[in-house]
Ligand binder design. Structure first.
Ligand code: F6R
Length: 333
């Protein structure tokens, strides 16, 4: 039905207008999803900014009457995110929760709610819910930015089949990933860096967060272009770089230049990539993802990085489902 109409309808969102601008608030993994969703809005010409919820409360951005404040929160109970949503409501903003938990506080308190419908997530580290946040973010943007223009319906038509293929493609990434043998090469190194550009930047940040959470090793994610503005000083032959590069466009070429910069410092490079990219010529190892829509490639790339974190943590005998010091739902600010 979606392919025929070229538009997306979300049953929860029958009575919402297209926003003039969007602000997103979230924490941790959900913040990385917010960075991704903000980019999707901006690509549709809707000004959008993602904020860390804990910082938003002290520095809220101004609202217009058609501004929408979106809180992304798996649990719907994260105190920082709830505070930011409440602050925005006090200031008259319309609010929308993107959450996994039906009847959660965020779902009850916001004017609108969209459920990611990922099912209960048992592990402390967010995994399948991040994938579902990105998928739902795509549907949300299609729904809210539907202006009936030709461009809109074409973009939706290409996206929906890619989303439909996503479960099978994710399964094939899980079945065929070589992450286990790759991480074996890099056990006990000094630190692990993750880089990506554009929609792959949130994936790099998320890859590093997952890695540090469950391996307890030092990991950082950077925008690929930022490396040369400082972090390059940390790069040595003992700091593997996980680079997310797909396609062969200008962005991919620029990330490949960044990869050459780290290689000149003897750092090993693991590229998460698709068959279009020539990055394989420069990488020590590649982790392959299937060809898909450019907006969906980050979901597949992220799954490869989740497997990297998983296999490293497993190799180090870490408590993968219950990492030390962390709780599934953070209900204090
Ligand atoms: C990381 C992780 C946390 C949560 C963050 C927000 O694996 O799980 O960073 O993403 O605490 O939680 P929610 O999404 O429930 O608001």
């Amino acid at each position: 039905r979606h392919e025929l109409s070229g538009s997306v309808s979300l049953e929860e969102l029958s009575d919402i207008d297209s926003p003039g601008s969007v602000q997103l608030v979230a924490c941790g993994t959900s913040y990385h999803a917010a960075l991704y969703v903000a980019r999707l809005f901006r690509a549709r010409g809707v000004p959008a900014q993602a904020h860390l919820a804990s910082e938003y409360v002290t520095a809220p951005a101004p609202f217009d009457s058609d501004s929408l404040l979106i809180g992304i929160t798996q649990s719907g109970e994260t105190a920082d995110t709830l505070s930011a949503l409440r602050e925005a409501q006090r200031r008259g903003a319309s609010t929308l929760a993107v959450t996994n938990v039906v009847g959660s506080t965020a779902a009850r308190e916001c004017d609108h709610v969209v459920y990611i419908r990922a099912g209960p997530e048992i592990g402390v580290a967010a995994t399948k819910t991040f994938s579902s946040q990105l998928a739902t973010g795509n549907l949300l943007v299609e729904r809210l930015c539907a202006s009936g223009t030709k461009r809109t319906s074409e973009s939706t038509r290409e996206l929906i089949p890619a989303l439909r293929d996503l479960p099978n493609q994710l399964q094939s990434v899980i079945d065929n990933s070589t992450a286990k043998s790759v991480v074996e090469e890099y056990v006990d190194y000094d630190a692990y860096f993750f880089i990506g550009r554009g929609l792959h930047r949130p994936v790099a940040l998320e890859g590093a967060l997952k890695f540090k959470e469950i391996t307890y090793e030092h990991a950082e994610g950077f925008a690929a272009g930022e490396l040369k503005h400082g972090p390059l000083a940390l790069v040595t032959q003992r700091t593997p770089i996980f680079a997310v590069v797909t396609g062969n466009g200008e962005r991919a070429q620029k990330t490949i230049s960044n990869i050459k910069e780290v290689q000149a410092r003897d750092a090993p490079v693991v590229a998460v990539t698709d068959e279009q990219s020539e990055v394989r010529r420069y990488a020590n190892y590649t982790l392959e993802i299937p060809q898909t829509h450019p907006r969906i490639a980050p979901v597949l790339a992220n799954t490869q990085l989740q497997l990297v974190a998983y296999h490293m943590a497993d190799r180090m005998n870490r408590s993968i489902d219950k990492p030390r010091n962390l709780a599934k739902s953070v209900t204090v600010e």
